[in-house]
Design a protein around this ligand. Structure first.
Ligand SMILES: *[C@@H]1O[C@H](CO)[C@@H](O)[C@H](O)[C@H]1NC(C)=O
Ligand SMILES: *[C@@H]1O[C@H](CO)[C@@H](O)[C@H](O)[C@H]1NC(C)=O
Ligand SMILES: *[C@@H]1O[C@H](CO)[C@@H](O)[C@H](O)[C@H]1NC(C)=O
Ligand SMILES: *[C@@H]1O[C@H](CO)[C@@H](O)[C@H](O)[C@H]1NC(C)=O
Ligand SMILES: *[C@@H]1O[C@H](CO)[C@@H](O)[C@H](O)[C@H]1NC(C)=O
Ligand SMILES: *[C@@H]1O[C@H](CO)[C@@H](O)[C@H](O)[C@H]1NC(C)=O
Ligand SMILES: *[C@@H]1O[C@H](CO)[C@@H](O)[C@H](O)[C@H]1NC(C)=O
Ligand SMILES: *[C@@H]1O[C@H](CO)[C@@H](O)[C@H](O)[C@H]1NC(C)=O
Ligand SMILES: *[C@@H]1O[C@H](CO)[C@@H](O)[C@H](O)[C@H]1NC(C)=O
Ligand SMILES: *[C@@H]1O[C@H](CO)[C@@H](O)[C@H](O)[C@H]1NC(C)=O
Ligand SMILES: *[C@@H]1O[C@H](CO)[C@@H](O)[C@H](O)[C@H]1NC(C)=O
Ligand SMILES: *[C@@H]1O[C@H](CO)[C@@H](O)[C@H](O)[C@H]1NC(C)=O
Length: 458
């Protein structure tokens, strides 16, 4: 039997329901249905395929859902809708479809632990904004163990699909301004994943994250598809550390078909990121697609392995392809970013088909991260090895920042790096040069004009 919503339910929204005390008592609008006809106002779950490169594991598959819950909203841009959100997620967990309805605005003013999710679709058609109460968020956001990362909400569980075409807004301006006056401000990341498995996140618009847009921790088999990221500060205070995605203790992640305008790494692979496919991205204004930084913490062993990066256009960035490793001695980039002395391994990394447009370094392999004094860095060679790295089919022009160098390959000792290959590198500096600073690497496998002119690191 085809399910059809009664007219009154078809216009169900929180504002309507709030006017009615009986409805307000209910958690959310719930509707069960059978057969293949979905109720009105639901977006079909996108059929995501990973193409043209295919991941190590097929994208997750989900069974159909059999219930719909519509999230209520005060729709006034001030009141906290968090209870409505939690209620709908609980009501439709284990087999349902939750709808943030088009035309409503949702405000989230409470840190939400969403690690209970299981077999659920979350259909974000509307506009969701996090509140601007920086005092509340700094005291209550979720703390991750890495680099003082915190998040507005923590997403975890199994078989979760988030889609719908809506916008999620981190209200970043207030945070960019606060950070400018205090670098120890704990700015939440927009999407915090901790233990999310067999899931997809697609067709979303993300705006003004206070810090990273995604932090992916302890997660496996998650695909991101068609994500549009932009933000930026409207004041003189720059929106810093707005990485697109950071992966940590995670494997089998795909990030593809996305458009990113940001102010730090477009993507970064933090410690213990393995089997990751990145393809078809437009990145503008970033710090490139980065392995690292690694080796930040003494006594830790960081692994980044089996990474494939394909078909990226990189515009107005500090780097296109980057591997950044802290030296084996304490170093500081800034008061809130310091480290060095850790070990580990970077192995089997490919950057294939990269367009470079006004980028400072097309390729930057750097084992002196956070230490601008090269002499000092070389006195403490890194115990973190880099091997089997392929840079292939790069095209375009670098900026004038390090001209005539287009790239840098700098390992801290002879034994730190092996089998680093750069082939088909058709990248020119402002005057047509193809120079690169090469140190402790096999120059025979690098399709650049290796020189010993050190111009610095990003
Ligand atoms: C989903 O996409 C795959 C690959 O493009 C295709 O084989 C499959 O038939 C599609 N499934 C549906 C339900 O559209
Ligand atoms: C914070 O948000 C509230 C509610 O939208 C608004 O009234 C207030 O002006 C905002 N405060 C700042 C500092 O932007
Ligand atoms: C929600 O608020 C917006 C404007 O803030 C308004 O345009 C819209 O009609 C409201 N939706 C409902 C269902 O009241
Ligand atoms: C990941 O899992 C480990 C082990 O269960 C846990 O200690 C840690 O807090 C989790 N989160 C992060 C961000 O590492
Ligand atoms: C975390 O923040 C504290 C100060 O709040 C700072 O001392 C420390 O260096 C930070 N740690 C990292 C890894 O950034
Ligand atoms: C992920 O999916 C696979 C295959 O369906 C399943 O074996 C595994 O248990 C799932 N992972 C979790 C954490 O549920
Ligand atoms: C990364 O994996 C290695 C090897 O399993 C382990 O020793 C190390 O503690 C892990 N690091 C983190 C940050 O989880
Ligand atoms: C490369 O990515 C762009 C989007 O940035 C896409 O339009 C194009 O089709 C992709 N090319 C291939 C060969 O997949
Ligand atoms: C790239 O970033 C610059 C600087 O923020 C901006 O002016 C430009 O419009 C962006 N380009 C695109 C295509 O988004
Ligand atoms: C290297 O990584 C790629 C994915 O980027 C993977 O397909 C391949 O199997 C890995 N090679 C080895 C020897 O593990
Ligand atoms: C760099 O470090 C070396 C070795 O410690 C030291 O001799 C030199 O003065 C330093 N250079 C600068 C510019 O600080
Ligand atoms: C390579 O770089 C050196 C030093 O900058 C320069 O003298 C030489 O002309 C370059 N060779 C080519 C083939 O570009």
């Amino acid at each position: 039997m085809h399910f059809k919503l009664p007219a009154i339910l078809a216009v169900a929204s929180a504002t309507v329901s709030i006017a009615n005390p009986t409805w307000q008592a209910e958690n959310s609008w719930i509707q069960s249905f059978e057969g293949h006809q979905a109720p009105e106002h639901t977006s079909p779950r996108p059929n995501i395929s990973c193409f043209p490169k295919t991941p190590h594991q097929p994208p997750p598959w989900s069974p159909p859902r059999n219930k719909v819950c519509y999230v209520k909203s005060y729709n006034d841009s001030v009141s906290d809708d968090s209870t409505y959100v939690l209620n709908a997620l609980h009501d439709c967990n284990n087999g349902g479809h939750v709808v943030f309805k088009q035309g409503l605005k949702y405000t989230i003013g409470t840190a939400l632990d969403l690690t209970f999710l299981n077999h659920i679709d979350i259909d974000v058609q509307s506009y969701i904004q996090f509140s601007n109460d920086t005092t509340y968020w700094q005291a209550n956001s979720f703390r991750f163990v890495f680099q003082n990362v915190t998040s507005f909400f923590k997403l975890g569980g199994n078989d979760v699909n988030i889609f719908g075409g809506g916008t999620i807004d981190g209200n970043g301006q207030i945070w960019y301004d606060l950070y400018a006056s205090n670098i120890y401000t704990l700015r939440p990341v927009l999407f915090g994943l901790d233990g999310l498995h067999n899931s997809t996140i697609s067709n979303l618009v993300l705006r003004y994250s206070p810090e990273y847009y995604h932090f992916i921790a302890n997660s496996t088999n998650v695909v991101f598809d068609n994500i549009n990221i932009a933000g930026g500060s409207k004041s003189a205070n720059v929106a810093k550390n707005t990485d697109g995605w950071d992966t940590y203790r995670s494997s089998d992640i795909v990030i593809q078909n996305s458009h990113i305008n940001n102010g730090d790494d477009c993507i970064s692979f933090k410690p213990n990121s393995t089997n990751i496919l990145i393809q078809n991205l437009f990145c503008n204004g970033s710090h490139g697609i980065s392995v690292g930084s690694l080796g930040q913490y003494v006594g830790e062993f960081d692994i980044v392995q089996n990474i494939y990066v394909y078909n990226i256009s990189m515009h107005n960035a500090s780097d296109a392809a980057r591997i950044k490793v802290w030296p084996n001695t304490p170093s500081a980039l800034s008061g809130d970013l310091q480290g060095g002395g850790g070990s580990g391994l970077v192995q089997n990394i490919t950057y294939d088909t990269i367009l470079v447009d006004n980028v400072d370094y097309a390729i930057e392999v750097d084992q002196c991260y956070g230490q601008s004094n090269l002499t000092l860095c070389l006195q403490y060679p890194s115990p973190l090895t880099i091997s089997d790295v392929l840079f292939t089919n790069f095209q375009g022009k670098t900026s004038k920042k390090y001209a005539p160098e287009t790239s840098t390959f700098a390992c801290s000792s002879d034994s730190a790096c092996s089998n680093i290959v750069a082939q088909g590198i058709d990248v020119q500096s402002t005057g047509g040069e193809r120079d690169a600073f090469c140190l402790n690497v096999d120059v025979a496998t690098l399709d650049v004009n290796c020189t010993d002119t050190y111009k610095g690191f990003n």
